[in-house]
Design a protein around this ligand. Structure first.
Ligand code: NAP
Length: 530
C-alpha cells in the first residue's frame, strides 16, 4: 500500500469524523481523515458568530463512548458557548491523539469508485489523491452555508460576514451600524450580542420565528454530580425518547387538558427553557388545534416581552410551532426594546438589493457599516453534493439527488458501494441529539467494516429495493401531522431551486436504532456484499 492508500478515507473532522477515526484505529484499520478546516470541530469550528452556543444541554451534547472522558470533562454552563465546545473537541483530539491521522486544510472536491479494484479515489482541490477501500462522508447536516440570492450582494463596500463562516478573530462592532439578514437560530443567538456593541442594528425579518428562552446559567454542580454518578444509565434513558434527549415527553393530548392545565404546563416548560417545550403534549405536531394552543402561548409571551405592540405583532410567528426547528434564545425578544435595534419586515416585500452602502428595502436604503448574513445552510445534502461523487458505472450522486435525496437508513445508497454517510438524509439526525446519533451511526459503520474484514468481503452496497422501501417509510412518517407543512430547511425549501423533499427521518431515535439492529441481525438485510 502506498503512502496515500488507506482502508478508510473519512471526509470531515467534526464530532463524527473524530469518533470514527478513533473506532477504526481501535479495530486495527488504517484511516485517514481529510478536513477543510485547520483543526477539528466541524460545525463548531466554522460557526463562531457572536452568541453561538448549543441548544441541547451540554451534559447531553457530548460523547459517551469513553467513560473516563465523560467523567473528567467539566462544562461551565448549562448550554455551553461555541468556544468551549471547540475546546472540548480539541481536548478529545489530544486525548486520543487524533490529529496525526487528520489532513487539515484540504477540501475534497471529487471522489470516484473503481469497480474492478473496489477502491475509492478522493481528489482534493489541491490535487492530492487519497485511495481507500471505504469512503465515509462525515460532513454534517448543517455545514454548507446558504447565501441569499439578493441583487448587489457583492457590491457592498463594508465587511460581509456569514454566521456559518465567521472569522477567527474577534469582530468588534462597537460604534458600527450593522444589518442582520435572517431571523433563524443563528440570528436569534447573535442579534442580542451584536446589539450590545453596535451603534445601530437593523434586522431584516422575512419569517418570524418561535424562540424559547434558554434560561442558561452556570452548570449546577449538584446536577452535574448527579448525572455523572449514573452517566451510562442516564444516557440509556435518553436513548429511549424520540429525540434521544433526556427529558419529559408527555404522550397526552393538548385538547384533553383544560385551558388552565395547558397554561400551567406551557408556563412550566417556558420557565425550564429550551427545546423540551414541544414535549408538553404528544399531539402538538399532529393536530392543528393543539398546535395553536402552544403557538398562541408563545405569541402571548412575545407580546409581554416586547414593549412596542406593533413590533411585538411583527415578531409573532404566524406559522405553526415546531414546523421549523424551534430556536432557543437569550434576551432575543427584549432586545427589540432597545432604541438602537430596528426590525424591518421583508415578508411581503423582499429586500430589493444590497447597495454599496447598505440594504435597500421598503423603498429605503438602510445605510450600514457591516452586513451579517444569517441565512443558514443548504441542509442535509449540500455538503454531500458539493463533492462530485461518482459511484459504480459513473453514477453521479449530484444527478441522482437532483430531484431530492434517497438513501437506505441515511447510511448508504445503491450504486455507491463502500460509501457511507454519517447522519445522511433519511437518518433521524437533526431531530435528535446529534452526538449520540453520531456515535450510533459511527458504531454501525465501524462494526460493518469489521464484519466485512472478518469475511473477506471487498464491497457492500445497499440494494435499490431496500433503499426505495426505506425512503417510502421516511416519507410515510410525515404524511400525517404538520411537520412537513411548513417551508423549512427539512424540506429543502430555504434554498432556491432545491427539490422539496422531506429529508430527515421523523420516526424517532429508538425506532431507527431498532431497525439498524434488525438489519445487522438479519445478516445486513437490504445490503449486498461482494
Ligand atoms: P435558518 O434557520 O435556515 O434561518 C435562515 C434565516 O434567513 C431565516 O429567517 C430565513 O427566512 C432568512 N432568509 C433566508 N434568505 C433570505 C432572504 N433572501 N431575505 C431575507 N431573509 C432570508 O438558518 P440558521 O439560523 O443558521 O439555523 C439553521 C439550523 O442550524 C437551525 O435550525 C439549527 O438546527 C442549527 N443551529 C442551531 C443553533 C443552536 O442553537 N445550537 C444555532 C444556529 C443554528 P425564511 O424563514 O423566510 O426562509
Amino acid at each position: 500500500m502506498s503512502k496515500q492508500e488507506f482502508d478508510v478515507a473519512v471526509v470531515g473532522a467534526g464530532f463524527a469524523g473524530m469518533y470514527l477515526l478513533h473506532r477504526l484505529r481501535k479495530l486495527g484499520f488504517r484511516a485517514r481523515v481529510i478536513e477543510a478546516g485547520s483543526d477539528v470541530g466541524g460545525t463548531w469550528y466554522w460557526n463562531r458568530y457572536p452568541g453561538a452556543r448549543v441548544d441541547i444541554e451540554s451534559m447531553q451534547y457530548s460523547y459517551q463512548f469513553d467513560e473516563e472522558l465523560q467523567q473528567e470533562w467539566q462544562w461551565s454552563e448549562r448550554y455551553s458557548p461555541q468556544p468551549e465546545i471547540l475546546q472540548y473537541a480539541g481536548h478529545v483530539a489530544d486525548r486520543f491523539d487524533l490529529r496525526r491521522d487528520i489532513q487539515f486544510d484540504t477540501r475534497v472536491a471529487a471522489a470516484s469508485y473503481d469497480e474492478k479494484s473496489a477502491l475509492w479515489t478522493l481528489k482534493a482541490e489541491d490535487g492530492t489523491k487519497t485511495v481507500a477501500r471505504f469512503f465515509v462522508m462525515a460532513t454534517g447536516c448543517l455545514s454548507k452555508p446558504n447565501w441569499p440570492q439578493i441583487d448587489g450582494l457583492d457590491s457592498f463596500k463594508g465587511p460581509t460576514y456569514h454566521t456559518a463562516q465567521w472569522p477567527h478573530e474577534k469582530i468588534d462592532f462597537t460604534g458600527k451600524r450593522v444589518a442582520v439578514i435572517g431571523t433563524g437560530s443563528s440570528a436569534i443567538q447573535s442579534i442580542p450580542v451584536i446589539a450590545d456593541e453596535a451603534a445601530e442594528v437593523f434586522v431584516f425579518q422575512r419569517t418570524a420565528n418561535y424562540a424559547i428562552p434558554a434560561n442558561n446559567a452556570p452548570l449546577d454542580q449538584k446536577y452535574e454530580h448527579e448525572v455523572k454518578s449514573r452517566y451510562a444509565e442516564f444516557r440509556a434513558e435518553a436513548k429511549q425518547t424520540p429525540p434521544g434527549i433526556h427529558g419529559r415527553f408527555r404522550q397526552g393530548k393538548a385538547l384533553e387538558a383544560t385551558a388552565e392545565e395547558r397554561q400551567a404546563e406551557y408556563e412550566q416548560r417556558w420557565e425550564t427553557g429550551g427545546l423540551s417545550f414541544m414535549g408538553a403534549y404528544g399531539d402538538l405536531i399532529f393536530d392543528q388545534e393543539a398546535n395553536d394552543t402552544a403557538a398562541e402561548f408563545v405569541r402571548n409571551k412575545i407580546r409581554g416581552l416586547v414593549e412596542d405592540p406593533d413590533i411585538a405583532e411583527l415578531l409573532c410567528p404566524k406559522n405553526i410551532i415546531g414546523g421549523k426547528r424551534l430556536c432557543v434564545d437569550t434576551n432575543y425578544f427584549s432586545t427589540y426594546n432597545r432604541d438602537h435595534v430596528h426590525l424591518i419586515d421583508v415578508e411581503a416585500q423582499p429586500i430589493e438589493a444590497i447597495t454599496p452602502t447598505g440594504v435597500r428595502a421598503q423603498g429605503k436604503n438602510f445605510e450600514v457599516d457591516a452586513l451579517v448574513i444569517a441565512t443558514g445552510f443548504d441542509a442535509m445534502t449540500g455538503a454531500l453534493t458539493q463533492v462530485d461523487i461518482k459511484g459504480r458505472n459513473d453514477a453521479s450522486l449530484q444527478k441522482r439527488w437532483a430531484d431530492g435525496p434517497t438513501s437506505y437508513l441515511g447510511l448508504a445508497m445503491a450504486d455507491f458501494p463502500n460509501l457511507f454517510t454519517v447522519t445522511g438524509p433519511g437518518s433521524p439526525s437533526v431531530f435528535t441529539n446529534m452526538l449520540p446519533t453520531i456515535e450510533q451511526h459511527v458504531d454501525w459503520i465501524a462494526d460493518c467494516i469489521a464484519y466485512m474484514k472478518d469475511r473477506n468481503y471487498s464491497a457492500i452496497e445497499a440494494t435499490p429495493e431496500a433503499e426505495a422501501a426505506w425512503w417510502e417509510h421516511v416519507q410515510d412518517c410525515v404524511v400525517e401531522g404538520l411537520k412537513a407543512t411548513t417551508n423549512s430547511w427539512y424540506l429543502g425549501a430555504n434554498v432556491a431551486g432545491k427539490a422539496r423533499v422531506f429529508m430527515p427521518y421523523y420516526g424517532g431515535f429508538p425506532n431507527y436504532c431498532r431497525k439498524c439492529e434488525e438489519v445487522v441481525a438479519a445478516g445486513y438485510e437490504g445490503f449486498a456484499f461482494a
